[in-house]
Design a protein around this ligand. Structure first.
Ligand code: FAD
Length: 427
């Protein structure tokens, strides 16, 4: 068991002494856990580490002072929530003893265990938790770059909330009768049911406010998460409003013209729409790629028990940036795996065995007001510890068939899920 201050932390502290942020473990602590990214994975990791392992010194690096969640962003777009309802701050984590630095990490030196920040600081770590989320692959759809996202919002990486609000405003300004076009990527991408919840929330707004309008959802795949439940609900709640076009019916958007708001598909069909929501293909966020942690898929391979990157020791990559096996890229998975990654990092610092791992996911989707559906799964590393596998017969999905009471309860459970996971993340 480690009782003394790690040598690395002492050396780093000496080298970095003039800087203001804490950079080394104090006499009471036995290791410095540095966390990059204050979203679902990172905020969870930082708060959990201080609560469960108070002997750890924890620093969180996140550029934004307020975090706008993706979950419930679709409800803001549909007019059922305000942006303030999904915006959170870091005071709770500070109160728990996390040092929160609002800055960008610009580089990771895995060999010397140091991270450079845009503001000029260099931080040393004993263990690094990296949860920087995704990068949008601008250019993967021809014509869709960052400038295009101002005319055709993605609203898939909320940042300060501007993209979510832009899409909302475009819907509000659209004349009744206008067509809303969505371009949906192939797997894997952040939040598999997210585009279909978005379609539902936009449809609910159109039904209330613009009954002559329609949705054209162009998809780069032929099947999607909770598909029968979504499609049953669309027939029940929004008949005639939603047209979903799978890849095998020329749904894959390959080119866009942002000026004319045209979505062009693989076989050359051009759809001119009044509002376009383009969700481009994705990869792990830039910091992970630049640190050499990704493979040729664009995502980070990790050890299924510890989430340590295959390409670098002492760097645990959680959240959407990693390759999660059969688990979806969800906030819930980011939360549950962040805790395991912290537990594994803490165990390694103390020379103890890695705790048994079990991962949970519940994905709720709002399909209408007071109408929710969900899917639940439980996962474990396989016995060899080489991959993650779903635990058979441990999950479930909302039953099909019209059942208003079940749907109403699931919408309430979804609200409770959001409340509890954001409290858990932001302490
Ligand atoms: C519309 C939509 C709806 C969704 N709904 C649900 C849902 O209902 N349930 C669910 O479980 N999941 C949902 N998700 C998925 C969920 O949002 C993601 O899976 C989750 O955010 C992933 O967590 P993360 O920590 O990987 O990334 P994020 O939560 O995005 O956090 C990443 C953080 O890292 C920071 N960062 C990036 N680069 C750097 C850097 N270089 N230096 C410092 N900080 C950096 C970013 O600023 C950001 O704050 C939804 C997603 C979308 C798009």
């Amino acid at each position: 068991m480690r009782t003394a201050l790690p040598r690395r932390a002492l050396l780093a502290a000496a080298a970095l002494a003039p800087l203001s942020a804490p950079r080394r473990a104090s006499a009471q602590t036995q290791g410095h856990l540095l966390v990059i990214g204050g979203g679902f994975g990172g905020a969870t990791a930082a708060g959990f580490a201080r609560k469960r392992y108070p002997w750890l010194q924890v620093t969180l690096v996140e550029p934004r002072t307020r975090f706008v969640t993706c979950p419930y962003g679709n409800l803001v777009i549909g007019g059922l929530r305000q942006i303030g309802d999904i915006t959170h701050g870091y005071d709770g984590l500070r109160a728990r003893g996390v040092t929160v630095l609002h800055d960008w990490a610009t580089g990771i030196d895995a060999a010397s265990r140091q991270v450079r920040l845009a503001g000029g600081q260099t931080l040393s770590y004993d263990k690094l938790i990296l949860s920087p989320g995704i990068a949008l692959r601008y250019g993967a759809v021809e014509g869709y770059d960052e400038a295009a996202s101002e005319r055709m919002p993605h609203a898939w990486v909320p940042g300060d909330g501007a993209q979510t609000l832009l899409l909302r405003r475009m819907l509000e300004e659209m004349p009744d009768g206008g067509v809303v076009g969505l371009a949906i990527p192939a797997n894997p991408f952040r939040c598999p049911p997210g585009p279909y919840e978005r379609i539902s929330m936009i449809a609910s707004y159109l039904k209330r406010q613009k009954p002559r309008s329609k949705i054209l959802a162009l998809d780069a795949k032929d099947a999607f998460s909770k598909q029968p439940l979504f499609q049953d609900a669309w027939n029940e709640l929004y008949p005639g409003i939603i047209e979903w076009v799978p890849a095998n019916r020329d749904g894959r958007v390959v080119r866009v013209d942002p000026r004319e708001r045209v979505l062009e598909t693989e076989f050359g069909e051009k759809h001119r729409v009044a509002v376009a929501n383009v969700i481009p293909p994705q990869s792990a966020a830039r910091i992970a790629t630049e640190a050499g942690l990704t493979d040729n898929t664009g995502w980070v391979p990790v050890n299924p028990r510890t989430f340590e990157a295959r390409a670098a020791q002492h760097i645990h990559v959680v959240g959407d940036a990693n390759i999660p096996g059969p688990m979806p890229k969800s906030g819930y998975v980011a939360n549950t795996t962040a805790k395991q990654a912290v537990a594994a990092a803490a165990a390694a610092l103390r020379g103890e065995p890695v705790p048994e791992a079990v991962y949970y996911n519940t994905c709720y989707s709002h399909v209408g007001e007071g109408y929710g559906i969900s899917v639940v799964n439980i996962y474990r590393p396989n016995t060899e510890g080489t991959a993650i596998a779903e635990v058979p017969n441990a999950g479930g999905v909302s039953p099909r068939g019209q059942n208003p009471e079940q749907r109403r309860l699931e919408a309430i459970y979804a609200d409770a899920w959001y409340e509890s996971i954001t409290k858990d993340m932001f302490a």
